[in-house]
Design a protein around this ligand. Structure first.
Ligand code: B12
Ligand code: SF4
Ligand code: SF4
Length: 310
């Protein structure tokens, strides 16, 4: 197969495997990647010190995978149409964590399958797969490969699915045909900036240390600062506000992946009941779910903070 045929093959297989969007970009240091250094220097990562690790690799994919020539960026739509409860006695868990399983495993399995299909055509091709936790800038690659643009809330928005997308990459040591990046369609809209309760968003920049997602998932072993605690709006794991208000999410489509179907108790979880979860109970209920990342102690902290706001 020449590079045109192979690129077509990869995109067709990717759809067959169940990815909703695929784009291909040249593996090189991307313009825009260096903003990360400024973000870290200003402490916008709060206590996420792991973001400082392998910095050179995160900034340049050819250092992460020497020999890399192409980045196949993929996206999976996880949208479920149910609404978050507005009742005070319920907590809010972000939509991406409503399902029973953790998305990392689901994406990884599909990327492995894609790599197997590619190797079946040409066994000399080598590849590495990355999902979220690797030192690679998922959003930059999705943008460069034309999957979507980074909205002012910094999430990737696609014109056909909105922003309810998980992102991943398959990096290959072979030349392919490359897609063009998509232009920005935010225009003069500022809905996400206006709606963010903790004022974490400046256009195209998010102060991670102020984001409710950080405060409830990534900030461990310390109380939620008073200034932000009163603004949690019952979010106990992540936050969907900037995406819920985005006009491009009118184009959202219900996911066709059974694995992302919501567990009903995750949509309207009772705060009182959650506050009584023992470590064992937390493990039993959330072991396979993304919620497990928060750990029992911090999850209970979130629940209690939400209850105090009543
Ligand atoms: C750290 C992290 C967080 C942190 C920091 C968030 C952030 N915005 O950086 C916290 C914990 C707060 C977080 C929250 C969430 N996250 Co998160 N997170 C990550 C992670 C691990 C790294 C992101 C990163 O590199 N941040 C550093 C900053 C510097 O990157 P950046 O925001 O992209 O910076 C760009 C812009 O600022 C822009 N820029 C800068 N200046 C300018 C100027 C102009 C004019 C323009 C146009 C652009 C521009 O260029 C920069 C480079 O691209 C990625 C996974 C990965 N490995 O990439 C997931 C990831 C970004 N998260 C994801 C998700 C789903 C979320 C949440 C929606 C979860 C939730 N519901 O609670 C929220 C969204 C909050 C938000 N509005 O960003 C998804 C996003 C999917 C998508 N459709 O885009 C990712 C890609 C995971 C995945 N593989 O699916 N996350
Ligand atoms: S996820 Fe919530 S807190 Fe974070 S930037 Fe979006 S609206 Fe603000
Ligand atoms: S809410 Fe408006 S400004 Fe924010 S990402 Fe969506 S379109 Fe862009």
């Amino acid at each position: 197969m020449d590079k045109h045929q192979l690129s077509r093959f990869i995109k067709d297989k990717s759809l067959e495997i169940g990815f909703h969007k695929t784009g291909i970009a040249r593996a090189e240091k991307l313009p825009g990647s260096d903003y990360l250094k400024e973000w870290l220097a200003k402490g916008k990562h709060g206590t996420m010190h792991w973001m400082e690790n392998y910095l050179e690799k995160r900034l340049d994919v050819t250092k992460l995978f020497p020999g890399a020539k192409s980045v196949v960026a993929v996206a999976l739509n996880y949208y479920s149409p149910q609404k978050h409860s507005t009742q005070k006695e319920h907590g809010k868990i972000s939509r991406y964590a409503w399902g029973e399983k953790d998305y990392h495993k689901i994406l990884k399995k599909k990327l492995k399958q894609l790599l197997r299909e590619i190797k079946a055509v040409d066994e000399t091709i080598e590849g590495r797969l990355f999902v979220d936790t690797a030192p690679i800038q998922d959003k930059l690659w999705a943008q460069q490969a034309g999957i979507g643009w980074q909205g002012k809330h910094t999430n990737i928005i696609s014109r056909d699915f909105g922003s309810w997308l998980f992102l991943g990459e398959l990096v290959l040591d072979t030349e392919l045909e490359y897609d063009d990046p998509l232009q920005d369609f935010c225009g003069s809209c500022t809905a996400c900036i206006d709606a963010c309760p903790t004022q974490a968003i400046e256009p195209y920049k998010v102060d991670g240390s102020k984001c409710i997602s950080y405060l409830t998932i990534e900030m461990w072993d310390e109380p939620i600062p008073e200034e932000q605690a009163s603004k949690l709006n019952n979010w106990i794991f992540g936050c969907d506000i900037c995406q819920d208000v985005c006009p491009w999410n009118r184009f959202e489509q219900e996911t066709d992946h059974a694995d992302f179907k919501p567990v009903l108790e995750n949509i309207r979880p009772g705060l009182e009941e959650l506050s009584k979860l023992t470590e064992e109970g937390f493990k039993k209920r959330f072991k396979k779910s993304p919620v497990y990342r928060a750990k029992h102690k911090n999850f209970i902290r979130n629940v209690k903070t939400a209850m105090e706001n009543k």
